[in-house]
Unconditional design. Structure first.
Length: 563
């Protein structure tokens, strides 16, 4: 990231990296940094130059950079494409798995498809159809209620599709669900963290590979033709995926034991820069976790405690037990959540550790994803996680849409994230739910569950008693996203001589905002109970009873919508 336009507000309220890059687009002129990056990409994968004109960089994350490019078709028509350049240190199986998700599940029902894949050495570029899309934060407060209903419906369509294939996306959030407001088009992207359910139909999500196999895939380079007759040195994504799959399965048995011992490694947010090696499946493959569960033998004491201060409320959470017992007969395993629940010890809430707890082994569970979107079972390291974790994340997106706040939760660690969930869903409720999947949470202060409608209306400012300027602040929200960024900044930077002027401009902006709101309520005055009922079912703390994508599409909230 080079010359980024930064405002003090953005410092406090960081947008996604990809959002900030959109500003370059608006500048029309490419910065030197982006030009250099484009040049480097042409050099790394020279075949690209035969087909594409790379126009801009539209996204940059820890594990990839995404570019807008055009391809000149023989008809003379220029087609826009998105080129995702994966960091060269990505594990080949990880790359192949991402590709396989796109090729097998993509191209339908709002799931992004893939056109081609280029490779040279360890540089891989995935070519997708380009979908121009909005920045979530920019449009959040101008969306009509009906648009929100359509948005959620289309998100569930995408989730139903990938879940049908046994794909757990693990990183459902607005920047991974592209939305073109004008065309009413949607696309779920980014399978970089996806994992498979035990019965996944995605071959490459069935196994975890050891790091030692890096570089053993993607060796051959078949030729593919683009459009009508344009011949290229291209590697078709499907072929890469298939080659990798066959090689992967050969090595599967030998690699498993290595993967089991490997300590979990970070998801996206834990890797600070580009030199990181992206581990194969974010952390661990579900199936590997399962086998580890069944082979419980070592004894290890783990006792973690941490004090967190949420907006000066001093909610003290002591996470005591983060382990599960072996389930040799499988009977105690919860049917849907999959987490063992036979956790009975007598040291709960005391300052000693009982023998039951002493015999627990350290638990390692998948944790990849974005903290504010993580489900409680992810935050508490439940080893068996299902597609329900994506539904929770969708619930958080819905919560943002209904409340007009994004990001809704912002936490740097799991316990803080859990505490923030408690402030909305209640501490007792959270503790109770965690018990069902075998987790004990100790919380020194009780926080009540909030009524979702009251909460959302208060934050959005649609109830009669509150305005946007006061009384409607979320406890952890660093600035009020309901206000234009500039205005927020103005208000925060009153310099002595210009104070009056600033106050005036603030007042004008506020008047304007309120006026707009009055004229253009866009259906927000009559949000039906169905909306909050669905939200409640998405934010079900218990993954075993949480609504599925298929069920959500049939929820009364979506009546009259065509499937
Ligand atoms: P990462 O793994 O780095 O997050 P993503 O696949 O999420 O990569 O892509 C990053 C960003 O690039 C997205 O948030 C989106 O803005 C943009 N992007 C990705 N794919 C497309 C596409 N097919 N069309 C348009 N923009 C895309
Ligand atoms: Mg992404
Ligand atoms: Zn105990």
């Amino acid at each position: 990231m080079e010359t980024m336009l930064k405002s003090p507000c953005e410092e406090q309220h960081p947008r996604e990296a990809e959002d900030s890059h959109r500003k370059h687009e608006q500048n029309n002129k490419l910065s030197e940094g982006i030009k250099k990056d484009i040049q480097k990409l042409y050099e790394a994968v020279p075949q690209l130059a035969n087909v594409f004109k790379i126009k801009d960089k539209i996204g940059e994350g820890t594990f990839s950079s995404v570019y807008l490019a055009t391809a000149q078709l023989q008809t003379g028509y220029e087609e826009k494409m998105a080129l995702k350049h994966l960091i060269p240190t990505s594990h080949p199986l990880r790359i192949a798995a991402e590709l396989q998700c796109l090729t097998v599940a993509g191209g339908q029902d709002n799931v992004m498809g893939v056109k081609y894949c280029f490779r040279k050495n360890d540089h891989v570029v995935i070519v997708m159809p380009y979908l121009e899309h909005e920045s979530f934060l920019d449009i959040l407060n101008s969306l009509s209620f009906e648009e929100v209903r359509e948005y959620m419906f289309n998100l569930f369509k995408a989730l139903r599709r990938i879940h049908h294939f046994g794909i757990v996306h693990r990183d459902v959030k607005p920047s991974n669900f592209l939305y073109n407001r004008r065309l009413k088009e949607y696309a779920l992207v980014d399978f970089g963290l996806a994992q498979g359910t035990p019965d996944t139909k995605i071959e490459l999500l069935k196994t975890a590979q050891s790091e030692g196999q890096k570089g053993s895939y993607l060796q051959s380079k078949p030729t593919v033709t683009l459009g009508n007759g344009v011949s290229l040195s291209v590697t078709a994504s499907k072929q890469i995926a298939q080659q990798s799959a066959s090689k992967a399965s050969n090595k599967r048995s030998s690699s498993l034991s290595k993967a089991e011992i490997k300590q979990a490694r970070g998801g996206k947010e834990e890797s600070a820069h580009h030199s990181v090696q992206r581990s194969v499946f974010g952390e661990r493959n579900f199936n590997v976790s399962t086998s580890t569960c069944q082979e419980n033998s070592s004894t290890k004491l783990i006792k973690q405690s941490k004090i967190i201060d949420i907006s000066s409320r001093k909610l003290l959470i002591k996470k005591k037990i983060i382990s599960t017992k072996t389930v040799s007969n499988g009977a105690a395993r919860k049917a849907a959540s999959g987490c063992p629940s036979n956790l009975t010890c007598d040291c709960y809430a005391t300052d000693r550790v009982c023998s039951v707890c002493l015999s627990r082994r350290q638990q390692v569970a998948p944790r990849a994803g974005t903290p504010g979107f993580r489900a409680p079972e992810v935050l508490t390291k439940c080893p068996t996680q299902t597609t329900a974790i994506d539904m929770w994340s969708a619930g958080i997106v819905f919560l943002s849409l209904l409340s007009g706040r994004y990001p809704f939760y912002k936490a740097s660690d799991d316990l803080t994230a859990l505490a923030q969930i408690m402030t909305v869903r209640g501490s007792r409720e959270t503790i109770q739910a965690a018990k069902t999947f075998g987790k004990s949470i100790l919380c020194t202060q009780e926080v009540p569950a909030q009524n979702l409608r009251t909460l959302c209306e208060k934050l959005r400012g649609t109830n009669s008693s509150s305005t946007r300027s006061k009384g409607a602040t979320h406890s952890d929200s660093p600035h009020d996203p309901a206000l234009p960024l500039d205005m927020d900044k103005h208000c925060a930077t009153k310099s002595l001589g210009k104070e009056v002027q600033h106050l005036q401009s603030c007042q004008e902006a506020l008047d304007g905002a309120l006026e707009n709101k009055a004229i253009d309520r866009k259906g927000w005055d009559h949000v039906p109970d169905d909306a909050y009922d669905l939200l409640d079912k998405l934010l079900d703390l218990n993954p075993a009873t949480r609504i599925t994508a298929k069920e959500a599409l049939l929820h009364p909230f979506f009546k009259n919508m065509r499937l």
